[in-house]
Design a protein around this ligand. Structure first.
Ligand code: ADP
Ligand code: MG
Length: 572
């Protein structure tokens, strides 16, 4: 509608805002980084939209962000000439929280201020972070291509409601004015702001302008001089040696919309038959929505073509099992106007994707090699292990590389933490042992207490304790590692008498064993077969058990009880 309206925030937004306003989050100045990040995204999106419709530039192709301030009024204003927003878009984007995982986030809040402030840092709330320093935020915007009369003004004190009304706005884009609280008033000062911009937003590829030093501080005055305060070039095309770790980290927060540092990154320039740049990051933690919606749909890989933003979520550059990777791909070979469908089938994209996978696996291997003292690989594994495991199933070509990156809980230490690599398992194998044994169950406790393990524990043979849902598929696709077959302890016959094994092979042994039912037990076995009838294939005397009286075993080539359970659940 065309009128002034007072609207209520969504309940979740209200809750978040309250948290923001009362935040003890120590790093309040990052609000500026968030608003500049949004401005940069908006310019990216305008430039992309203008590839199809040049009119959207409205004659102004001087794309930039401006930060001005007024010490007397205690305000800071961030203006961009990006894509802007229509009235509907403002209500949609600013009044609600589209971010997936919000519910999980709110549920994780404890009411304890310190703890919750830390959680904000993990969740990242973008635009709303302005309320850490503001008692009033005013947003004026107009969508590119719409009439000047279709401008929108939005204002809120962050207390449950906001005002939205139409305004006249001749220039497209968005302008956000922060009315600073008394406590934060000192932020409205030239050198302070310049410092914050350089610290957090130097990597932004568009110019960020501020009133030239020594100029009158009032923004937008006639004849006022502005100067660019950031490097204003695409970070990913700059040489690695010229980029500091801090810059890489801040750039990550921008592309990944994350508030925390990444775990590691890999940056490379490829200059062969194809020319492209890639910068990939591994996030430091699992996103809040990992369990419900971790498709990486929103902020995965950004595709640029010759420095021009083309799309978010360019999933065609990364296989599903690496969907936790964030970053940028910039191609010199692709053309500017491409559809998603076209890209899916493109040969250039396929070649780039191959290199991308290689780079990411290199990066993970390097992290894993860092060893115990760095703990980073373990942090990665705890966050994304179950996702990476899918690679064993999905990526035939790289199966061996992925297998080396896997980590498991085992009977070696009986701890739930997944820390043992297959290589370590092999190193610890007993003389004569040639198989890698595993058990799958619904939980760690169930795996650890499986009666199938008794004989293994007795004989000191290590067993992998698997309890992630994906493990059944992993083991069914990973036939062997380093020449050692993977063998479920719950399937078929077992032969753990490694040292007694002779050249004749197992067949004879097993035949012997089958006949081994001691006479005094024959009657019992017959009775049990009778009682169980068709529900079992066979009843036999077992060597697996040392203290449990009986256990269920799947037949050779059969599925374990755990997979049976998963399949039944999936079929429901
Ligand atoms: P995110 O950047 O992670 O999407 P934010 O809370 O920072 O989350 O921003 C919410 C949304 O508001 C953005 O996705 C965008 O649609 C819109 N938005 C914010 N700032 C601007 C801007 N300067 N120009 C256009 N749209 C904006
Ligand atoms: Mg943002």
């Amino acid at each position: 509608s065309e009128t002034k309206q007072v609207k209520q925030f969504e309940a979740e937004v209200s809750q978040l805002l309250k948290l923001m306003i009362h935040s003890v989050y120590s790093n309040k100045e990052i609000f500026l980084r968030e608003l500049i990040s949004n401005a940069s995204d908006a310019i990216d999106r305008l430039r992309f939209a203008a590839l199809e419709d040049e009119e959207l530039f409205e004659g102004d192709t001087d794309l930039k962000i401006r930060v001005t301030y007024d010490a007397d009024a205690k305000t800071i204003t961030i203006a961009d000439n990006g894509i802007g927003m229509s009235r509907d878009e403002v209500t949609e984007n600013i009044g609600t929280i589209a971010k997936s995982g919000t519910r999980e986030f709110i549920e994780a809040l404890s009411g304890d201020e310190k703890n919750d402030a830390m959680l904000i840092g993990q969740f990242g709330v973008g635009f709303y972070s302005a309320f850490m320093v503001a008692d009033n935020v005013e947003l004026r915007t107009r969508r590119a291509g719409l009439d000047a009369s279709e401008g929108v003004r939005w204002e809120s004190k962050g207390e449950g409601e906001y005002v939205i009304e139409p305004i006249e706005k001749p220039n497209r884009g968005t302008e956000i004015t922060i009315h600073l609280t008394e406590d934060d008033a000192e932020l409205a000062e030239g050198s302070t702001l310049r410092h914050i911009v350089r610290k957090y937003s130097d990597h932004i590829s568009f110019p960020i302008e501020m009133p030239a030093e020594g100029e009158d501080e009032e923004g937008e005055e006639e004849g006022e001089k502005f100067e660019t305060v950031n490097q204003a070039s695409a970070l990913w095309v700059r040489p690695r040696s010229e980029i500091s770790d801090e810059e890489y980290q801040e750039f990550y927060k921008h592309v990944a919309h994350d508030f925390e540092d990444p775990l590691t990154w890999t940056h490379s320039k490829v200059e062969g038959r194809l020319k492209f740049n890639m910068l990939f990051y591994v996030p430091g933690r699992r996103p809040f929505d990992m369990n419900t919606n971790y498709e990486g749909k929103r902020h995965g890989i950004k595709l640029y073509v010759k420095r021009v933003f083309i799309m978010d979520d360019a999933e065609m550059f990364m296989p599903r099992y690496l969907r936790f990777v964030r970053g940028v791909v910039d191609s010199d070979d692709l053309t500017l106007n491409l559809s998603r469908e076209f890209l899916q089938e493109n040969r250039i994209v396929a070649a780039m994707r191959k290199t991308a996978i290689k780079r990411v696996l290199d990066m993970l291997e390097e992290l894993a090699e860092d060893g115990e003292e760095s703990k980073k690989y373990q942090q990665f594994w705890n966050a994304f292990g179950p996702v990476l495991k899918e690679g064993v199933v999905e990526d035939n070509k790289n199966r061996d590389r992925v297998a080396k990156l896997l980590r498991f809980a085992t009977t070696h230490d009986d701890e739930p933490a997944q820390t043992t690599s297959l290589a370590e398992y092999v190193e610890r194998m007993q003389d004569g042992q040639d198989k890698i044994y595993y058990v799958t169950a619904e939980t760690f406790a169930a795996a650890k207490n499986s009666p199938h393990l008794e004989v293994f524990r007795d004989k000191g043979v290590e067993v992998l304790l698997l309890h992630d849902a994906v493990d059944e598929w992993v083991t069914s696709h990973l036939a062997e590692f380093d020449g050692h077959e993977l063998q479920s302890v719950a399937i078929g016959e077992l032969d753990l008498d490694f040292d007694k094994k002779d050249e004749e092979g197992d067949e004879e042994d097993e035949a012997e064993k089958k006949d081994e039912t001691p006479e005094e037990l024959e009657g019992l076995i017959a009775k049990m077969k009778d009682a169980l009838g068709e529900r079992v294939q066979d009843v036999r005397v077992s060597k697996r058990l040392t203290s449990s009286p009986a256990c269920l075993v799947a037949g050779e080539g059969g599925v374990s009880a755990n997979l049976d359970r998963i399949l039944k659940k999936a079929g429901e």
